[in-house]
Write a protein that binds this ligand. Structure first.
Ligand SMILES: *Cc1c(COP(=O)(O)O)cnc(C)c1O
Length: 375
C-alpha cells in the first residue's frame, strides 16, 4: 500500500535566494569584520525597505515582536490598549509586557480584523492607544479606526506582520497610523531569517526606537532609557536584501496558488473564503478557510485531522484566542468577543507558499472536499 504521508506538504516553506547570491551579499563582511550594530547591510536594507514599502521611515529590529514591544515603550504609554484577540500571541504579549492593559474588541466576520463599530464603546479615560491587526493580510477599517483615534487623541499602532508589500488606495500599508510593525520571520511572505521593522512618520519615534533597540544607550557615557537588545545583525539584513530582489515574483506565484484554491473551493456549501478587498494590493500571505460545520457537514478539526493523516500540514491559525491563554489565568472574558471565538473554532489556514505546485493544491482540495458530508 502506498504511504499516504510520503508526499508531505508543510503549511509554509521559507523563501530563500540562490546560495551564490547570498554568499556574494555577505562577502564584504569578511573584509570589514563588522557583523552587527547598524553596519553597512543594515543601512542598505533599511533604505531598500523605505523604497519598497513606500514609507517615510523604517527602523529595523531583530523580529516583529520587538517591533511591537519597543514601539509601545517608545511612546511612553500608560493605561489601556484596545486590540483584538484573533492574532498571534505576540500582539497581546507586547501590550502586557509593557505593563499596559489589553482591552479586547471583537472582529468583523469577513475580514477577521477589528470591528470598528464596536471600538468606540470600549474607550475609557484610561485608553491610550489602539493596536489593530491586519489579519492574514486583510486590511483593517483604517478610515474608521483613525477617525475614532483622532476624536479621542489615541495612538494607533498597526500589527502589520501579515501585510508585507501591500498597498491601500495606492499608499504603502506601513504609512498609516502612528506606526506599523512588520515581521520578517522565516514563515512570513518576506523574510530576513528573523527580523522586523517599524514604519513611522515622526522622527522622534525613530530616534527613541534606535536607542531602545540598543539598551537605551544615548551616547558613550549616557544610558537614558531601559532598552533591550533588538538590533538586526548584518547577516539577517543581507538575507533581507537578497529576498527583496525576488519578492514580486514570490507574490505573483502565491497569487496563482490562491487563485487555484478559489477555483476549487469557492461556492462550496459550508466553506467561506474571504472576499478580495477593494483598493488593496494583496500579498496572498495566507489562505484561510472557514468551515461552517452545520452546512459543510464536517468540523474544522475533522478537516485538519484528515489532511494531517494525508501528510498535509495546516494550521488552526488563530486558535486559541489570546484572551483565553492560560498565561492570563482567566483575566479576560472571552464572551466579550463572540465573533472571534466562533471564527477561531472554524478557521483553518491551508498550505501557502510560492513554490506550492498546482497538483498539490488540487490534492489538498480533493481531500478537503472529501470531508464534506452529503445532506
Ligand atoms: C509573526 C507575527 C508577529 C511576531 O513576529 P516575529 O517576527 O515572529 O516576532 C506578530 N504579530 C503577528 C500577527 C504575527 O503573525
Amino acid at each position: 500500500m502506498a504511504d499516504k504521508t510520503a508526499n508531505k506538504i508543510l503549511v509554509t516553506r521559507s523563501s530563500m535566494p540562490p546560495l551564490e547570491e547570498y554568499v556574494n551579499e555577505i562577502r564584504e563582511l569578511w573584509d570589514s569584520h563588522w557583523l552587527t550594530n547598524m553596519g553597512v547591510k543594515h543601512r542598505e536594507f533599511q533604505a531598500a525597505l523605505e523604497n519598497y514599502l513606500h514609507v517615510e521611515h523604517v527602523e529595523l529590529l531583530t523580529n516583529g515582536h520587538m517591533a511591537l514591544e519597543l514601539t509601545l515603550q517608545a511612546m511612553n504609554l500608560q493605561g489601556e490598549v484596545i486590540t483584538t484577540p484573533f492574532t498571534f500571541a505576540s500582539t497581546t504579549h507586547a501590550i502586557v509586557r509593557n505593563g499596559l492593559e489589553p482591552v479586547f474588541c471583537d472582529i468583523e466576520p469577513d475580514t477577521y480584523t477589528m470591528d470598528a463599530e464596536k471600538l468606540e464603546r470600549l474607550i475609557t479615560d484610561r485608553t491610550c492607544a489602539i493596536m489593530p491587526v491586519h489579519v492574514y493580510g486583510n486590511i483593517c477599517n483604517i478610515e474608521e479606526i483613525e477617525r475614532i483615534a483622532r476624536k479621542y487623541g489615541l495612538k494607533v499602532i498597526y500589527d502589520a506582520a501579515h501585510t508585507f508589500g501591500e498597498t491601500y488606495k495606492g499608499k504603502g500599508i506601513g504609512s498609516f497610523g502612528d506606526a506599523s510593525c512588520f515581521s520578517f520571520h522565516a514563515t512570513k511572505v518576506f523574510n530576513s531569517v528573523e527580523g522586523g521593522a517599524v514604519c513611522y512618520r515622526n522622527p522622534a519615534l525613530g530616534a527613541a526606537l534606535y536607542e531602545l533597540k540598543n539598551f537605551g544607550i544615548h551616547g558613550p557615557e549616557e544610558v537614558s532609557a531601559v532598552g533591550a537588545n533588538a538590533k538586526m545583525n548584518e547577516f539577517c539584513a543581507a538575507m533581507g536584501l537578497c529576498n527583496l530582489r525576488h519578492i514580486d515574483e514570490e507574490i505573483s506565484k502565491r497569487e496563482a496558488v490562491a487563485n487555484r484554491y478559489r477555483e476549487r473551493l469557492e461556492g462550496v456549501q459550508g466553506i467561506r473564503i474571504g472576499a478580495v478587498q477593494a483598493d488593496v494590493k494583496p500579498n496572498y500571505a495566507y489562505f484561510p478557510v472557514v468551515f461552517e460545520p452545520k452546512k459543510f457537514g464536517a468540523s474544522r478539526n475533522e478537516v485538519f485531522q484528515k489532511l494531517a493523516e494525508n501528510g498535509i500540514g495546516t494550521r488552526k491559525y488563530f486558535y486559541p484566542l489570546t484572551n483565553t491563554f492560560s498565561a492570563f489565568s482567566g483575566r479576560f472574558d472571552v464572551r466579550e468577543t463572540p465573533v472571534a471565538l466562533h471564527i477561531s473554532k472554524c478557521v483553518l489556514t491551508l498550505p501557502m507558499y510560492a513554490d506550492l505546485e498546482k497538483e498539490d493544491v488540487d490534492r489538498i482540495c480533493d481531500i478537503t472536499l472529501s470531508c464534506k458530508k452529503q445532506q
